[in-house]
Design a binder for this molecule. Structure first.
Ligand SMILES: [Zn+2]
Length: 261
């Protein structure tokens, strides 16, 4: 189905991960052959952000992002990333991944700090007019509450693990939800796709994780599996779904400073 597919964007992948050090060119060739036009390369640290920009210079498919993983509760590192994002604003596609993780972070005090750091990135995204690529594990409702309260505008909730009813205020605010290939094995993701409108959906791979098989390295070429699953769940032709997803992605990411997605 590759040649038939519209050019789609993998809106969240970790291409700077060590899993891709040895064969990134081959991984990207396979993605291209499967209809993937570009990959938004998210980061978890300052080193990742640097690496993503370096990779985007070597591979035109890569759109770099910079963020601090939500379990890193270090205000100094957040500040370093703020400076990095301001300095590199013209080449960045998004701020991410950032957000909340209440699965890993349990204590009230730590969660408060986590929310403070996330709030800082939300404010920066507004100021820089960049999309936020948001992680919200076991924290769907607090993440959405904080985004709405802070007036965030351009938002992608990646691999959202909550219920559709929790997601609805975010849908109403015009936020997007990206669906990974693990939708083929996740009841929760299937329900989310069924219950959310197609107009708020994007696709991602979260490579190297969240693939169709849990223990196997995921890669951007698997994006097509998420598109196919959405088409099946929504009982729509795959081409119509691909067109809608491309339009949604353009709505969130179009303003890439003249760089066509
Ligand atoms: Zn991720």
């Amino acid at each position: 189905m590759g040649s038939n597919l519209l050019s789609l964007i993998d809106t969240h992948a970790h291409l700077c991960a060590p899993e891709f050090t040895h064969d990134l060119s081959a991984v990207l060739s396979r993605a291209q052959a499967a209809g993937v036009a570009a990959v938004i390369a998210v980061g978890e640290t300052l080193a990742d952000a640097d690496r993503n920009i370096e990779l985007s210079g070597q591979h035109p498919m890569i759109r770099p992002a910079a963020g601090l993983y939500p379990t890193v509760l270090e205000p100094d590192q957040a500040e370093d990333l703020h400076r990095f994002i301001r300095r590199n604003r013209p080449v960045l596609a998004a701020i991410g991944e950032v957000g909340l993780d209440f699965w890993m972070v349990k204590s009230e005090k730590d969660r408060e700090l986590q929310q403070e750091i996330f709030n800082g990135f939300i404010a920066l995204a507004l100021e820089m007019d960049l999309p936020l690529n948001v992680h919200s594990r076991s924290a769907g409702r607090p993440a959405i509450d904080l985004l709405l309260k802070s007036g965030a505008i351009r938002v992608q909730l990646h691999a959202f693990d909550g219920r559709a009813s929790t997601a609805l205020p975010a849908v109403e605010a015009g936020y997007f939800f990206s669906i990974p290939p693990s939708v083929v094995r996740s009841r929760q993701k299937q329900k989310l796709v069924k219950q959310l409108p197609l107009t708020c959906l994007l696709v991602e791979t979260d490579s190297p994780v969240l693939g169709p098989e849990p223990a196997v390295r995921n890669e951007p070429a698997n994006l097509a599996l998420a598109v196919q699953a959405i088409a099946e769940i929504k009982s729509l032709p795959i081409q119509a779904v691909a067109e809608a997803l491309a339009a949604n992605t353009a709505r969130l990411y179009a303003r890439l400073h003249g760089r066509a997605l």
